[in-house]
Design a protein around this ligand. Structure first.
Ligand SMILES: [Mn+2]
Length: 417
């Protein structure tokens, strides 16, 4: 009986991790989403911004996006609603609009409206259940001020831009709620921060010049569900009146993002009768961090090998290793240990114990000029490795060799060292 909605966002199609493509995982996600739409008899798919990672995405990212939209709208009779995020070019997203209209896909990339009603679409499924969806694309302060100039000139205060923006948004939201039928279940799509968010780090900073977050008071009593994008963690801002949800990104973009990824799933019976659950997204590829002291490296690698989930694709590994004395060639050791396992080392960080770090033997500002390159190297070495007694012979001879080579090259070019 219900009208079923899946809410997702922050696909960041085309995004790489270091230099590695994520398109394969993104295709796996889109296949999973298509199955979720089918098995949950989904009437509406909401995508709340950051479809792409860059304003002008690579062609493979555009291809998987259009193929997905074409398939779900032809096979599953689902209506799709898309807004831009801060990573998207709203103008670019809107280039496909003429084709999208005939497929039941509504897109709003830019907030250039002539009236509040331009943002609202009424949806009704084949069981007669309806809702009203407001598409608020990612906007900048200037977009709101420009709406203010045309629609609410009385609210503009030239000396207080932040206040004007809040007043204009307040009026816009109230007008939207008035236009939607009074008994209608009202959904607001947005890609801004609402009070109470918690960022996970891989989001690009957002600011409304003076207003970092939109206050909840702007939307209270006007909408029943707020479908947000931008934060990469799934996050419930509040459970009811209105329900405010960040669906989060479908795949982790950083090694530090290790929470369960989700789709939000809403079943509407009427304005006051609806339920909200989530659908877990499988982890298509693990981002594994190895964080240990050099002495524990082999043991920790054994653990990783033993716990590795079965996969037809390589998982990604980031190694962060602590040393007392520098050891060369660790990435090669790790790669070699893992070579017959589906895991790829894509990032490496060496750290040196620097508790009780002593001050440098040299006063850098005044003495650097007086040091020979070898003394300068020694100074740098003991600064970086304060617990070390001696510079390893191999490292020192490498340095001298490279220095000799450099000196001979610069001499040829007539450059004074
Ligand atoms: Mn964003």
């Amino acid at each position: 009986m219900s009208l079923n909605i899946i809410h997702t966002s922050d696909w960041h199609l085309g995004k790489k991790l270091f230099k590695y493509s994520r398109v394969k995982e993104q295709i796996q996600f889109l296949d999973f989403l298509q199955e979720a739409i089918n098995s949950n008899k989904c009437d509406v798919l909401i995508i709340s911004g950051d479809i792409f990672d860059t304003p002008y995405p690579p062609s493979d990212a555009i291809s998987i996006y259009l193929k997905f939209l074409y398939e779900i709208t032809t096979k599953h009779n689902v209506k799709v609603f898309i807004i831009s995020g801060n990573h998207d070019s709203g103008r670019f997203l809107e280039t496909q609009k003429p084709f999208f209209d005939s497929q039941g896909i509504t897109i709003r990339g830019h907030l250039d409206i002539k009236s509040a009603s331009d943002l609202i679409v009424q949806v009704e499924n084949n069981k007669g259940v309806s809702c009203s969806i407001t598409l608020l694309p990612y906007f900048r302060s200037s977009d709101i001020l420009s709406i203010g100039r045309t629609l609410y000139p009385d609210l503009l205060k030239e000396d207080d831009i932040s206040e004007s923006i809040l007043l204009i948004l307040e009026s816009l939201f109230k007008e939207i709620a008035n236009i939607s039928a009074p008994d209608s279940f009202n959904i607001l799509m947005g890609h801004h921060l609402f009070a109470g968010y918690e960022a996970s780090g891989s989001e690009q900073g957002l600011s409304l010049s003076g207003i970092d977050q939109l206050p909840l008071s702007l939307v209270r009593g006007l909408f029943q569900y707020i479908a947000l994008g931008h934060i990469h963690k799934f996050k419930i801002i509040q459970k009811e009146s209105p329900t405010i949800i960040y669906s989060g990104s479908p795949i982790p973009f950083r090694f530090s993002e290790n929470e369960q990824k989700k789709l939000a799933f809403i079943r509407i019976n009427s304005k006051t009768n609806f339920d909200f659950t989530t659908i877990d997204i499988p982890s298509f590829k693990k981002l594994i961090t190895l964080n240990c002291a050099f002495e524990e490296l082999l043991l920790e690698l054994e653990k990783i090998k033993n716990d590795l989930p079965v996969s037809d694709d390589d998982h990604f590994l980031y190694a962060d290793i602590k040393f007392k004395d520098p050891v060369m060639g660790i990435p090669e050791v790790i790669k070699n240990e893992l070579k017959s396992f589906p895991i790829k080392l894509i990032g490496y960080q060496a750290r040196y114990h620097d508790e009780n770090r002593t001050l440098s033997k040299f006063d850098h500002n005044n003495e650097v000029k007086l040091l020979t390159p070898k003394e300068l190297f020694e100074s740098y070495y003991f600064d970086k490795h304060p617990d070390s007694e001696l510079i390893p012979k191999e490292l020192l001879s490498d340095f001298i060799e490279n220095l000799d080579e450099y000196l001979s090259l610069t001499k040829e070019k007539g450059v004074r060292l």
